[in-house]
Design a protein around this ligand. Structure first.
Ligand SMILES: [Mg+2]
Length: 287
């Protein structure tokens, strides 16, 4: 399979947190400190470095941005996303707020925003109902803080150790009955209206850019849709989908976990763009 046989550009859609960039707590470094990979800071928050990738990963990303339609796809809000500084960011398309916002050269696309507003129909409970539940009858001590994201969805900072085992299932069922979905990532528990998905926004960018082959990467349940939509997908060997044992014939899984999985994902994508990595279901092998 050659990605160069078609004139259509290859599109690379990738989640950010715990897929490409990592906080100190999510790096999962093993071995001696003096053998740790060299890192670059990908995000500064309150004047302190918060997210990182390896230097090799940044170099790989630079090459990918130059050879594909690269689209960051994140559940971060626009403000949270604007702190991420990586090669190519601020140019082209980016998907934030879990698909509710489509940025083009840093500016939100109004047509997409209108489309999103229309898609939140009668089957979907209003944000205040979910917020009220999390702060009212659904409140538990393990939910430390509840926040809204751009008036689109709700996320809570949770104490995972203190969270009763059945709570997630109960909250998931409550949300599903109201047209919402949930996802637990690290210390953040997301409640998102079901029509707001990363894959819908990615599909829109694919259409607009006339892209051909779609390569996608992600680690959480909110990324499952872009992995399904992609022709070739990869996920790290950690995170929510890994815990779920999420697997598909066109999906590769990294051998590394943590920040080195981010580098491995970019090396994999780079190999596809260079035509040196050929997907052969169910495994992916280098030629
Ligand atoms: Mg993620």
């Amino acid at each position: 399979m050659s990605v160069h046989s078609s004139a259509a550009p290859v599109m690379v859609a990738s989640d950010l947190d715990r897929t490409l960039i990592y906080s100190a707590n999510s790096m999962a470094l093993v071995g001696s400190d003096h053998l740790a990979p060299r890192m670059v800071v990908a995000e500064v928050y309150d004047a302190a470095p918060l997210s990182f990738m390896t230097r090799a990963a940044e170099e790989l990303l630079e090459g990918i941005v130059g050879r594909s339609v690269f689209v960051p796809v994140t559940t971060r809000t626009r403000a949270q996303f604007s702190r991420v500084r990586l090669p190519g960011f601020g140019q082209g398309y980016a998907v934030t707020t879990n698909g509710a916002v489509l940025l083009h050269d840093g500016e939100p696309d109004r047509d997409w925003s209108r489309h999103i507003e229309r898609s939140l129909g009668a089957d979907c409970a209003p944000l205040d109902a979910v917020l009220g539940h999390l702060q009212g009858s659904g409140a538990i001590p393990a939910i430390l803080r509840v926040r809204t994201a751009e008036d689109v969805f709700v996320y809570s900072i949770v104490d995972r150790e203190a969270m009763p085992e059945a709570y997630l299932d109960e909250l998931g069922a409550w949300c599903n009955a109201r047209g919402w979905t949930i996802s637990l990532q690290g210390r953040k528990l997301y409640c998102v209206p079901a029509p707001i998905t990363k894959e819908a926004a990615v599909d829109e960018v694919r259409r607009r850019t006339g892209s051909g082959l779609l390569v996608a990467a992600g680690d959480s349940r909110l990324d499952a849709g872009i992995l399904e939509l992609a022709d070739i997908a990869i996920r790290p060997a950690h995170g929510e989908l890994d815990t779920d044992g999420f697997s598909r014939p066109h999906l590769a899984v990294t051998s590394a976990s943590g920040v080195l999985a981010g580098e491995e994902i970019l090396r994999f994508v780079s190999g596809i763009l260079a035509g040196t990595l050929v997907p052969r279901s169910p495994a992916f092998v280098a030629e």
